[in-house]
Design a binder for this molecule. Structure first.
Ligand SMILES: [Zn+2]
Length: 281
């Protein structure tokens, strides 16, 4: 049986923004998160879906706002959870469109802000990120808004987060991330096929936020995406505390992915949903 309890962390399933009280939204814009908080902004795989933007997550701690991936449609949804002029940094797992294209509207928002051009923010990504965003934006001047930092596998510091990155198995250079803060760890898979590096990055993590972009079919192509069962197997090998499936393709059955993951992993398993918030201490 698939288990969908919230586990040790508080989980708010918000559904649509219409369900969110106005006062709560205002508090999210003005308030300052101290512990590590993950907000699912977009979790649709490979493209936006009818109910979700493509990949995007907001990770906050100590008042710092890190956007992890910024896929198609995500800048719209992101504004439900933070003003765009309060984003402190962006980390991109890879340069496929569904993980990075909304850097273009973020550039517009920061370059033409009503209060004037905003200070540059760091954008961590694979080699070639600046050129990729400039091409998508049809404007080479993206460095006016962003300070691009090329990621390499290893340990980094982004704001209050200790970040460990590693290459995972995807057709372009792709990073998975382990974010640590206040004694808690969250691992995000990026896009990947089966990957020993992902298991290492998720070792004993409180939460593994793992892509499950494929249905569980025979002869899945390697080095592309995981199905729910494989995501569960990675969580089990890593000894993760909890597994959340994301990158859920609009044409896949999420309940099948959930059941596959729960069959392979003994801990709590759930599906990411836009607006879901996890407080990790
Ligand atoms: Zn991809």
């Amino acid at each position: 049986m698939a288990r969908r309890e919230p586990g040790p962390f508080g989980v708010m399933e918000l559904g649509s923004v219409a369900d969110v009280p106005r006062r709560w939204l205002a508090r999210r814009h003005l308030g300052s998160v101290v512990g590590m908080r993950l907000t699912m902004v977009g979790c649709s795989g490979s493209m936006p879906g009818p109910h979700s933007a493509a990949s995007c997550y907001l990770l906050e701690a100590d008042g710092f706002r890190l956007v992890v991936d910024l896929g198609n449609g995500a800048v719209g949804a992101l504004q439900r959870y933070t003003a765009l002029n309060r984003v402190n940094a962006v980390a991109l797992s890879h340069l496929h469109a569904d993980h990075c294209l909304d850097m273009c509207p973020l550039w517009v928002a920061r370059t033409y802000a009503p209060e004037g051009a905003l200070p540059r923010i760091p954008v961590y990504g694979p080699a070639g990120t600046a050129e990729r965003i400039a091409r998508a934006n049809d404007d080479p001047d993206v460095t006016g808004a962003f300070d691009f930092v090329t990621l390499t596998p290893g340990q980094h510091r982004i704001g209050p987060f200790a970040v460990t990155t590693g290459h995972v198995a995807h057709p372009v250079e792709t990073f998975a991330f382990r974010f640590e803060h206040g004694g808690h760890a969250l691992t995000y898979s990026g896009d990947t096929g089966e990957s020993p590096a992902l298991v290492e990055l998720a070792r004993s993590a409180d939460v593994l936020l793992c892509e499950a972009g494929f249905p569980d079919l025979p002869d899945l192509p390697p080095n592309l995406h995981l199905c729910g069962r494989q995501a569960g197997e990675h969580a089990a090998r890593a000894g993760a505390g909890r597994l959340i499936l994301t990158h859920l393709a609009p044409d896949c059955d999420p309940e099948e992915s959930l059941a596959g993951a729960a069959g392979a992993f003994g801990g709590p398993v759930s599906l990411a949903a836009p607006g879901q918030v996890l407080d990790l201490g």
